[in-house]
Design a protein around this ligand. Structure first.
Ligand code: 3HC
Length: 284
Protein backbone atom coordinates (compact mmCIF):
# COMPACT_ATOMS: atom_id res chain seq x y z
CA UNK A 1 0.00 0.00 0.00
CA UNK A 2 1.14 3.56 -0.52
CA UNK A 3 0.65 6.42 1.90
CA UNK A 4 -0.93 9.72 0.78
CA UNK A 5 -3.06 10.79 3.72
CA UNK A 6 -1.81 10.91 7.29
CA UNK A 7 -3.26 11.77 10.67
CA UNK A 8 -1.41 12.63 13.86
CA UNK A 9 -3.13 12.21 17.21
CA UNK A 10 -1.89 14.56 19.94
CA UNK A 11 -0.93 18.18 19.23
CA UNK A 12 1.90 18.58 21.74
CA UNK A 13 5.53 19.27 20.80
CA UNK A 14 6.08 15.92 19.09
CA UNK A 15 2.66 15.74 17.43
CA UNK A 16 2.90 19.19 15.88
CA UNK A 17 6.45 18.48 14.70
CA UNK A 18 5.34 15.22 13.07
CA UNK A 19 2.37 16.91 11.32
CA UNK A 20 4.78 19.65 10.18
CA UNK A 21 7.17 17.21 8.46
CA UNK A 22 4.35 15.16 6.89
CA UNK A 23 2.79 18.28 5.35
CA UNK A 24 6.15 19.66 4.24
CA UNK A 25 6.99 16.43 2.42
CA UNK A 26 3.79 16.18 0.41
CA UNK A 27 1.44 14.20 2.67
CA UNK A 28 -2.01 15.46 3.58
CA UNK A 29 -1.90 15.65 7.37
CA UNK A 30 -4.69 16.07 9.89
CA UNK A 31 -3.63 16.97 13.41
CA UNK A 32 -6.10 15.76 16.03
CA UNK A 33 -6.43 16.80 19.65
CA UNK A 34 -9.44 16.85 21.97
CA UNK A 35 -8.14 20.13 23.41
CA UNK A 36 -9.02 22.90 20.92
CA UNK A 37 -6.63 25.39 22.55
CA UNK A 38 -3.73 22.94 22.03
CA UNK A 39 -4.72 22.71 18.37
CA UNK A 40 -4.61 26.51 18.06
CA UNK A 41 -1.19 26.58 19.72
CA UNK A 42 0.04 23.78 17.45
CA UNK A 43 -1.12 25.65 14.35
CA UNK A 44 0.82 28.77 15.28
CA UNK A 45 3.88 26.71 16.31
CA UNK A 46 3.91 24.96 12.92
CA UNK A 47 3.50 28.27 11.07
CA UNK A 48 6.32 29.78 13.15
CA UNK A 49 8.65 26.82 12.56
CA UNK A 50 7.92 26.81 8.80
CA UNK A 51 8.69 30.55 8.72
CA UNK A 52 11.93 29.90 10.56
CA UNK A 53 12.85 27.36 7.87
CA UNK A 54 12.02 29.93 5.15
CA UNK A 55 14.11 32.60 6.92
CA UNK A 56 17.03 30.12 7.15
CA UNK A 57 16.69 29.16 3.43
CA UNK A 58 15.91 25.57 4.42
CA UNK A 59 12.67 25.73 2.41
CA UNK A 60 11.18 28.13 -0.17
CA UNK A 61 8.18 30.35 0.73
CA UNK A 62 6.02 28.31 -1.71
CA UNK A 63 6.91 25.11 0.18
CA UNK A 64 5.67 26.73 3.37
CA UNK A 65 2.32 27.69 1.84
CA UNK A 66 1.93 24.28 0.19
CA UNK A 67 2.59 22.62 3.55
CA UNK A 68 0.00 24.81 5.26
CA UNK A 69 -2.53 23.94 2.53
CA UNK A 70 -2.00 20.22 3.23
CA UNK A 71 -2.63 20.60 6.95
CA UNK A 72 -5.95 20.43 8.74
CA UNK A 73 -6.87 20.43 12.41
CA UNK A 74 -9.75 18.77 14.21
CA UNK A 75 -10.79 17.73 17.73
CA UNK A 76 -12.85 14.87 16.20
CA UNK A 77 -10.76 11.65 16.13
CA UNK A 78 -13.16 9.47 14.08
CA UNK A 79 -13.46 12.18 11.41
CA UNK A 80 -9.72 12.95 11.46
CA UNK A 81 -8.63 9.34 10.82
CA UNK A 82 -11.50 8.28 8.52
CA UNK A 83 -9.44 8.45 5.30
CA UNK A 84 -5.92 8.08 6.71
CA UNK A 85 -3.44 5.59 5.24
CA UNK A 86 -1.08 6.12 8.18
CA UNK A 87 -1.92 7.38 11.68
CA UNK A 88 0.81 8.40 14.12
CA UNK A 89 -0.15 8.61 17.79
CA UNK A 90 1.71 11.13 19.97
CA UNK A 91 -0.43 11.34 23.11
CA UNK A 92 0.88 11.29 26.72
CA UNK A 93 2.88 8.23 27.81
CA UNK A 94 0.16 6.56 29.87
CA UNK A 95 -0.97 3.02 29.10
CA UNK A 96 -4.68 3.66 29.65
CA UNK A 97 -4.60 6.71 27.35
CA UNK A 98 -2.75 4.74 24.65
CA UNK A 99 -5.21 1.84 25.00
CA UNK A 100 -8.18 4.14 24.56
CA UNK A 101 -6.65 5.95 21.57
CA UNK A 102 -5.63 2.74 19.77
CA UNK A 103 -9.05 1.22 20.40
CA UNK A 104 -10.58 4.27 18.68
CA UNK A 105 -8.08 4.25 15.83
CA UNK A 106 -8.75 0.57 15.20
CA UNK A 107 -12.46 1.28 15.08
CA UNK A 108 -12.41 4.38 12.87
CA UNK A 109 -9.31 4.25 10.63
CA UNK A 110 -9.64 2.36 7.32
CA UNK A 111 -9.04 -1.39 7.67
CA UNK A 112 -5.81 -1.23 5.63
CA UNK A 113 -4.39 1.78 7.53
CA UNK A 114 -1.14 1.48 9.46
CA UNK A 115 -1.28 2.61 13.09
CA UNK A 116 2.04 3.92 14.41
CA UNK A 117 3.03 5.13 17.85
CA UNK A 118 5.64 7.77 18.67
CA UNK A 119 5.98 6.25 22.14
CA UNK A 120 9.41 6.39 23.74
CA UNK A 121 8.72 3.94 26.52
CA UNK A 122 5.64 1.76 26.02
CA UNK A 123 5.89 -1.63 24.33
CA UNK A 124 4.75 -1.65 20.70
CA UNK A 125 3.71 -5.29 21.12
CA UNK A 126 1.41 -4.27 24.00
CA UNK A 127 -0.02 -1.33 22.00
CA UNK A 128 -0.60 -3.64 19.00
CA UNK A 129 -2.57 -5.98 21.27
CA UNK A 130 -5.08 -3.18 21.92
CA UNK A 131 -6.15 -3.54 18.28
CA UNK A 132 -7.45 -6.24 15.96
CA UNK A 133 -4.65 -5.48 13.47
CA UNK A 134 -1.38 -6.10 15.36
CA UNK A 135 0.49 -6.78 12.10
CA UNK A 136 -0.28 -3.17 11.04
CA UNK A 137 0.95 -1.56 14.27
CA UNK A 138 4.50 -0.22 14.54
CA UNK A 139 6.66 2.29 16.42
CA UNK A 140 7.67 5.49 14.64
CA UNK A 141 9.87 7.23 17.20
CA UNK A 142 10.77 10.79 16.18
CA UNK A 143 13.18 13.16 17.95
CA UNK A 144 12.70 16.69 19.19
CA UNK A 145 12.83 19.12 17.38
CA UNK A 146 11.20 16.92 14.73
CA UNK A 147 11.75 19.29 11.76
CA UNK A 148 15.50 19.29 12.49
CA UNK A 149 16.41 15.82 13.80
CA UNK A 150 17.01 13.30 11.02
CA UNK A 151 16.42 10.01 12.88
CA UNK A 152 13.31 7.87 13.13
CA UNK A 153 13.53 4.65 15.15
CA UNK A 154 11.18 2.23 13.39
CA UNK A 155 10.19 -0.25 16.07
CA UNK A 156 8.92 -3.71 15.18
CA UNK A 157 6.44 -5.23 17.60
CA UNK A 158 6.27 -9.00 17.96
CA UNK A 159 3.64 -9.24 15.22
CA UNK A 160 4.49 -6.25 13.00
CA UNK A 161 4.52 -7.47 9.39
CA UNK A 162 7.38 -6.91 6.95
CA UNK A 163 4.93 -5.06 4.69
CA UNK A 164 4.10 -2.59 7.48
CA UNK A 165 7.77 -2.12 8.29
CA UNK A 166 8.69 -1.46 4.66
CA UNK A 167 5.93 1.10 4.16
CA UNK A 168 6.84 3.02 7.32
CA UNK A 169 10.60 2.94 6.62
CA UNK A 170 9.81 4.29 3.13
CA UNK A 171 7.67 7.10 4.58
CA UNK A 172 10.50 8.03 6.97
CA UNK A 173 12.88 8.27 4.00
CA UNK A 174 10.38 10.46 2.15
CA UNK A 175 10.48 12.78 5.17
CA UNK A 176 14.28 13.06 4.61
CA UNK A 177 14.86 11.10 7.79
CA UNK A 178 17.03 8.04 8.40
CA UNK A 179 14.92 5.09 9.53
CA UNK A 180 16.73 2.70 11.86
CA UNK A 181 15.16 -0.70 12.49
CA UNK A 182 14.85 -1.48 16.18
CA UNK A 183 13.30 -4.39 18.06
CA UNK A 184 10.67 -3.85 20.74
CA UNK A 185 12.66 -3.73 24.00
CA UNK A 186 12.30 -1.04 26.70
CA UNK A 187 13.72 2.33 25.65
CA UNK A 188 14.52 0.93 22.18
CA UNK A 189 18.11 2.03 21.40
CA UNK A 190 17.87 5.81 21.79
CA UNK A 191 16.57 6.10 25.33
CA UNK A 192 18.34 2.98 26.58
CA UNK A 193 21.64 4.65 25.74
CA UNK A 194 20.70 8.31 26.33
CA UNK A 195 18.88 8.10 29.67
CA UNK A 196 21.67 6.36 31.64
CA UNK A 197 24.00 9.14 30.47
CA UNK A 198 21.58 11.85 31.62
CA UNK A 199 21.01 9.97 34.91
CA UNK A 200 24.76 9.74 35.52
CA UNK A 201 25.10 13.49 34.89
CA UNK A 202 22.42 14.07 37.55
CA UNK A 203 24.32 11.80 39.98
CA UNK A 204 27.41 13.96 39.29
CA UNK A 205 25.41 17.05 40.32
CA UNK A 206 24.05 15.32 43.43
CA UNK A 207 27.48 14.09 44.51
CA UNK A 208 29.09 17.48 43.84
CA UNK A 209 31.49 16.13 41.23
CA UNK A 210 31.12 19.41 39.30
CA UNK A 211 28.69 22.29 38.75
CA UNK A 212 25.88 21.64 36.21
CA UNK A 213 27.38 24.13 33.68
CA UNK A 214 30.74 22.38 33.94
CA UNK A 215 29.27 18.89 33.50
CA UNK A 216 27.60 20.11 30.31
CA UNK A 217 30.79 21.80 29.11
CA UNK A 218 32.71 18.53 29.51
CA UNK A 219 30.27 16.71 27.24
CA UNK A 220 29.90 19.58 24.74
CA UNK A 221 33.62 20.23 24.28
CA UNK A 222 35.03 16.82 25.14
CA UNK A 223 32.49 14.71 23.28
CA UNK A 224 31.17 17.24 20.73
CA UNK A 225 27.57 16.89 21.92
CA UNK A 226 25.42 19.81 20.67
CA UNK A 227 23.87 20.15 24.14
CA UNK A 228 25.24 18.92 27.46
CA UNK A 229 23.22 16.16 29.18
CA UNK A 230 21.63 18.48 31.76
CA UNK A 231 20.56 21.05 29.14
CA UNK A 232 19.22 18.17 27.07
CA UNK A 233 17.34 16.78 30.09
CA UNK A 234 15.76 20.21 30.63
CA UNK A 235 14.88 20.30 26.91
CA UNK A 236 13.26 16.84 26.98
CA UNK A 237 11.53 17.47 30.34
CA UNK A 238 12.76 16.06 33.64
CA UNK A 239 9.42 14.31 34.19
CA UNK A 240 9.80 12.57 30.83
CA UNK A 241 13.38 11.51 31.68
CA UNK A 242 12.27 10.18 35.07
CA UNK A 243 9.39 8.26 33.52
CA UNK A 244 11.64 6.62 30.92
CA UNK A 245 14.20 5.67 33.58
CA UNK A 246 11.44 4.15 35.72
CA UNK A 247 10.29 2.08 32.75
CA UNK A 248 13.86 0.91 32.00
CA UNK A 249 14.40 0.09 35.69
CA UNK A 250 11.15 -1.83 36.06
CA UNK A 251 11.04 -3.66 32.73
CA UNK A 252 14.73 -4.56 32.47
CA UNK A 253 15.00 -5.23 36.21
CA UNK A 254 18.51 -3.87 36.48
CA UNK A 255 19.55 -1.35 39.13
CA UNK A 256 21.88 0.35 36.70
CA UNK A 257 18.76 2.21 35.48
CA UNK A 258 17.64 3.41 38.95
CA UNK A 259 16.65 7.09 38.69
CA UNK A 260 18.88 9.46 40.62
CA UNK A 261 17.11 10.78 43.77
CA UNK A 262 17.92 14.36 42.70
CA UNK A 263 16.03 13.85 39.44
CA UNK A 264 13.06 12.59 41.42
CA UNK A 265 13.29 15.53 43.84
CA UNK A 266 13.29 18.09 41.03
CA UNK A 267 10.26 16.47 39.42
CA UNK A 268 8.43 16.41 42.76
CA UNK A 269 9.20 20.13 43.13
CA UNK A 270 7.73 20.85 39.68
CA UNK A 271 11.11 21.90 38.28
CA UNK A 272 10.60 20.06 35.01
CA UNK A 273 13.05 21.93 32.77
CA UNK A 274 12.38 24.40 29.97
CA UNK A 275 8.62 23.96 30.02
CA UNK A 276 8.35 25.19 33.64
CA UNK A 277 11.15 27.79 33.38
CA UNK A 278 13.45 25.86 35.72
CA UNK A 279 15.22 22.52 35.80
CA UNK A 280 18.98 22.23 36.13
CA UNK A 281 19.10 25.72 34.60
CA UNK A 282 16.71 28.68 34.53
CA UNK A 283 14.84 29.85 31.41
CA UNK A 284 12.98 33.05 30.56
N1 3HC B 1 11.58 23.75 13.63
C1 3HC B 1 12.35 24.15 12.60
N2 3HC B 1 13.65 24.51 12.73
C2 3HC B 1 14.16 24.49 13.98
C3 3HC B 1 13.43 24.08 15.10
C4 3HC B 1 12.07 23.70 14.89
N3 3HC B 1 11.27 23.28 15.88
N4 3HC B 1 14.23 24.16 16.19
C5 3HC B 1 15.44 24.58 15.77
N5 3HC B 1 15.40 24.77 14.43
C6 3HC B 1 16.51 25.14 13.55
C7 3HC B 1 17.00 26.54 13.77
O1 3HC B 1 16.28 27.48 13.01
C8 3HC B 1 18.43 26.45 13.26
O2 3HC B 1 18.45 26.47 11.84
P1 3HC B 1 19.72 27.00 11.00
O3 3HC B 1 20.89 26.16 11.47
O4 3HC B 1 19.34 26.74 9.57
O5 3HC B 1 19.85 28.43 11.37
C9 3HC B 1 18.85 25.06 13.69
O6 3HC B 1 17.65 24.32 13.89
C10 3HC B 1 19.63 25.10 14.96
O7 3HC B 1 18.84 25.75 15.95
P2 3HC B 1 19.33 26.94 16.88
O8 3HC B 1 20.29 27.82 16.11
O9 3HC B 1 18.14 27.58 17.50
O10 3HC B 1 20.07 26.29 18.08
P3 3HC B 1 21.18 25.20 18.11
O11 3HC B 1 22.19 25.37 17.04
O12 3HC B 1 21.58 25.18 19.52
O13 3HC B 1 20.38 23.85 17.78
C11 3HC B 1 19.15 21.98 18.45
C12 3HC B 1 19.26 23.48 18.50
C13 3HC B 1 18.87 21.53 17.02
C14 3HC B 1 17.98 21.60 19.34
C15 3HC B 1 20.53 21.37 18.91
O14 3HC B 1 20.92 21.95 20.13
C16 3HC B 1 20.46 19.89 19.11
O15 3HC B 1 20.57 19.13 18.17
N6 3HC B 1 20.28 19.44 20.38
C17 3HC B 1 20.12 18.05 20.72
C18 3HC B 1 18.67 17.69 20.52
C19 3HC B 1 18.42 16.26 20.84
O16 3HC B 1 19.26 15.50 21.28
N7 3HC B 1 17.16 15.85 20.62
C20 3HC B 1 16.72 14.54 20.94
C21 3HC B 1 16.05 14.57 22.27
S1 3HC B 1 15.57 12.95 22.78
C22 3HC B 1 14.07 12.71 22.09
O17 3HC B 1 13.49 13.57 21.45
C23 3HC B 1 13.49 11.35 22.26
C24 3HC B 1 12.49 11.27 23.37
O18 3HC B 1 12.00 9.97 23.39
C25 3HC B 1 13.01 11.64 24.72
Amino acid sequence: MSVHTTAVVGAGTMGNGIAHVFALHGYDATLIDLDASLLDDAQSTIEGNLSRQVDNDVIAPEEKSAALDRLSFTPDTPEGVATADLVVEAVPEEEDVKAEVFGMLDQHAPAEAILASNTSSISITWIADQTARPDQVIGMHFFNPVPVMTLVEVVRGQRTSDATFNVVAGVAENLDKNPVEVEDYPGFVSNRVLMPMINEAVFCVMEGVAEPEDIDTVMELGMNHPMGPLTLADFIGLDVCLHILEVLHEKLGDDKYRPCPLLRRKVTAGQLGRKTGEGFFEYD
